[in-house]
Structure formats: C-alpha cells, structure tokens
Design a protein around this ligand. Structure first.
Ligand SMILES: C[S@@+](CC[C@H](N)C(=O)[O-])C[C@H]1O[C@@H](n2cnc3c(N)ncnc32)[C@H](O)[C@@H]1O
Length: 470
C-alpha cells in the first residue's frame, strides 16, 4: 500500500559539526533502515523508541534539472532507494529554491569521479541531511521482529483473516504473552481494521461459533462484510462466518440456473441464499436454527432488496427439510420472468411501456412450486440429516409435480480419507446408508483442507424418487 511518506519521514539540515561526526561513522553506501532494537514496555509499546536518524548526503538540484539527475545512469544507483521514501524533496531551509535529491551515501568521497562530476555540473553543491524514520515507517512485521525475543521471531504471525472491520488470528501458545502487543501492532498498521481478536480453541459445536478474545481496538463484533456483490451484516461473535468459503459459495451459486428454487437448510446469514436471489433471481427458502443467524439473515435479505424472493425460517434442519416440499407446493413462488432489472432500467422500461408487457407475460407462466436444489452446509453432521428426505413428498399431486425433476442435493461433509477416490467412496457410502438407497447420479467436489487429516467435500446428488415418495 502506498502511503504519504511526508507523514512519517522528516529530515533536517544538520549543522556542520554534527555531520562531520556522523560522516566518520558511515562510510558505506548501504543504508541500514532496520528498526532499532526494542527494550521498552510491551503494552502499550513505547513508540518513541522506534525513532531512527540516518545521516545522508543530498544534492541541491534546480527544479529544471531534477528529472535529468534522477534518470541518469550515472546517478541512479546513488539515489536514496529506500522503500516509501521519495528521492526528491523540497529544501526545508529554502522552500522556493533548489530541490534536494537524496543520496544513499553520507559523504561526497563515496562518489566515483564520473557521478561526482555529473552532479557537480547539474547540482548547486551538496548538503548534509538526517533522514528520520519512526514507528509509522516500518511494517507490522518489522516492528514485531524488533519487539519479540529472538527465539520467537522466525515463526511470528505475519497476517490475519479479516471479516468486515475485525481481524482474527489463532495465536500459538508461545505468542500468548505478547498477544496484546501483537494485536496493537496489527491494529496500528491496518487502517481498515478496528478490532483485533484471537480465536480461542473452544467452538460452540451446534452453531459453529468461536469464542474470541479482543486483543486490541473496539469491542464491536457487528461487521459489514461484502461478498459476491452482496452486503452482509452480522455479529461475528454470535454467528458462523468463514471468508475461506467464498469460493465454495460462488461455485454453488454458479451451478444454479436463473429462476430456480433453492432450499438452504443451514443458511447462516445468507452467503448462498442472498447471492442466489440477487444475482440469479432464484427463489429461496433459507433456514438456520441459530436465532442470531436468523436475525441477521432476515436483515441481509432486506438490505439486499430480495425480500420478495427469500423466505426465512428458524427451525431444525431436519424439520425444515421435511416441510420444505409442502411449503413451496402450497405457497408457490411467483413465476420467473427473467433477470431482475436494476431500478434505473426498470424505470426506463416502465416509461417506454415495456413493463406492462412483462407483467402480462408472467400471467401465462407457471408459479414455482417445486424445489430444484437443497444446500446443506453443516459439514460435521449434514449427512446425519439426510434421512429427513425419506417420505418427504406425501401427496400424489406433489409426486406428479416432481416427476422427472427431482431436486439436486448439495451436501457438505468432512472425511479423513486424503485421496480423492477414497474420499468420494467413503462419502457416497455414508450418504447411501442414511438415505437407505443407492446413488446413481452424483459428483463429489473437494472444497478445502481443514486440518492435516480432515478434508471438506461437497457431494451433489439427484434425490432418488424412491427415497422421497412416501
Ligand atoms: C457451517 S455453518 C454454514 C453457514 C452458511 N451456510 C455458510 O456457508 O456460511 C452451519 C450453519 O448451520 C446452523 N445449524 C447448526 N445446527 C443446525 C440445525 N440443527 N438446524 C439448522 N441449522 C443449524 C448453524 O447455526 C450455522 O449457521
């Protein structure tokens, strides 16, 4: 990220005596920009210790000549060349006068004859400067390396995952004595982050919510997060959210055909349901048993303008599956009339009288009364819920409606099998056992590696009609 270097770098003219002293100490063209060793308090950090003055030489160059000096082969390798430091600055002692071209040397004698001659010709002499770097100059990683004891430096945390304004990490035990310092450094160095948390090991097994401890910043977990052109608001400490599933959310939504009907049994705050409705005009039943997920799912449906397409519920996944067929059949979704129009386009069409034609067309289309897809993303136990499909279609009319278009089920799960073939066989076997029926049409997709011996997959299979017809 580019930053305005003027905020954290100051330099000033040194008087001749100070420079003469420093000149003797710096007869090398490599500038040491590493942060100073830190021996101050750990929390809060004493940032003033991170000040470092580097004596350098600058050429006083008229504005008309700076491009020439900067671009010359003779001088290029002597320019200051420090990341985030501009090589040309105005002269604080003479703001209207010559520019100062900063060099990576502290002494004229370090210049070979040709560059020296070139600069003597194009510059009005040399002046001595002190480049001051401070806490804001160094990266989080630089500061951490200076603060942590030597044995902890190599494995120091280098980053974090973000959800909205919250940065979260899983610190190993040996870093826990430094957790507040680490949190503060990451907070200071990332302007979009307002809260840094450490995820604790205990996870609520039912709703998959992590315990977390605030290391730095605000105690505010209600985040706004953007994914797939949708806005999600939720309390990160109360609901399940995993930004690593972004690709999987996109993959599944990508499989849906516009206007299809979707039943999401473990919907969370809506990362499948809302993009499906918003980007594919799908009609959705979205369910989650966690009351907080339900609350934010409802809010997100409204905030993303898809209230007409998404119906939310807060019940057990098994009950949801058993009722979903009947619900959509009894209260169908309106017909799909084509992609959802933006407000501007809708207004334009309305003006041209075209909206009327669209409404008329919808009259002749059938309402959506059957489900095309079930999504079951509760990988720990989703397979256990599959028996809920047994006998879920109870009436002759429903059977007729589903004839030749049984829903596809996308069921997420874990396996300890590491090879894809063995994993697929293991998952298929477990699914068949729960359904009490053999799978004929199915595919298995690897989602992600969760732990050294734990892989997440998604099996997609066509529900056998023998299973659902009661
Ligand atoms: C792994 S999360 C997936 C959430 C969301 N689909 C996603 O991809 O981020 C599983 C969700 O299932 C919900 N859940 C857990 N047990 C449930 C149950 N018995 N019935 C319905 N929802 C349940 C949890 O609250 C959680 O939101």
């Amino acid at each position: 990220m580019l930053r305005d270097t003027t905020k954290f770098i100051t330099f000033r003219l040194l008087d001749k005596r100070r420079f003469a002293m420093s000149r003797n100490l710096h007869h090398k063209s490599h500038l040491d920009t590493s942060p100073p060793e830190y021996n101050g308090p750990l929390h809060p950090l004493d940032k003033s210790i991170f000040r470092k003055a580097i004596p350098i030489l600058a050429a006083r160059v008229p504005a008309s000549q700076t491009a020439k000096v900067l671009n010359s082969e003779l001088t290029r390798s002597f320019l200051v060349g420090i990341p985030k430091v501009r090589p040309v600055v105005s002269n604080p002692a003479d703001l209207q006068g010559d520019r100062l071209v900063l060099l990576r040397i502290s002494n004229q004698a370090e210049l070979p004859p040709e560059p020296l001659e070139f600069l003597q010709k194009h510059a009005n002499g040399f002046v001595d400067y002190e480049l001051e770097l401070d806490y804001d100059y160094w990266t989080a990683s630089d500061i951490l390396q200076a603060v942590l004891p030597e044995p902890l430096r190599a494995g120091a945390p280098v980053g974090f995952a973000t959800t909205g304004h919250v940065a979260h990490m899983n610190l190993n035990d040996e870093y826990l004595p430094y957790k507040k310092t680490i949190g503060q450094i990451f907070l200071d160095k990332n302007k979009l982050i307002k809260t840094v948390v450490n995820k604790l090991d205990n996870i609520d097994t039912q709703f998959r919510v992590f315990d977390m401890e605030v290391l730095a910043g605000e105690h505010n977990f209600v985040v706004e997060h953007h994914e797939s052109d949708c806005r999600f608001t939720f309390d990160f400490s109360q609901v399940y959210w995993n930004s690593r599933l972004h690709t999987e959310h996109g993959r599944i939504v990508g499989l849906l055909k516009p206007g299809q009907v979707l039943a999401d049994s473990f919907a969370g705050v809506g990362p499948f349901a809302i993009p499906a409705a918003k980007n594919k005009s799908c009609a959705v039943l979205a369910n989650d048993l966690n009351p907080s997920s339900f609350k934010y799912l409802s809010k997100n449906v409204e905030d993303n303008g898809v209230s007409d397409l998404v119906r939310v519920s807060c019940e057990d996944g098994r009950e949801f599956i058993r009722n979903a067929f009947q619900r959509v059949f009894d209260t169908p979704f309106p017909p799909y009339t084509g992609p959802k129009l933006s407000k501007t386009l809708a207004r334009k069409l309305e003006k041209q009288g075209k909206r009327v034609a669209e409404t008329k067309a919808s009259d002749s289309l059938p309402p959506r009364k059957t489900i095309d897809h079930f999504i079951m993303n509760l990988p720990d136990t989703a397979i256990q819920f599959l028996d809920a499909f047994r006998g879920a279609i109870t009436s002759r009319e429903m059977m007729d409606a589903y004839e030749s278009k049984m829903p596809l089920v996308h069921c997420h799960c874990f396996t300890r099998e590491l090879e894809e073939d063995k994993a697929a066989a293991d998952i298929k076997e477990r699914v068949e056992e729960k359904l009490g029926h053999e799978l004929k049409e199915y595919s298995v997709a690897h989602v992600r590696s969760v732990a050294p011996n734990k892989e997440m997959y998604c099996i997609a299979f066509r529900l056998p009609s023998e299973v659902v017809y009661g």
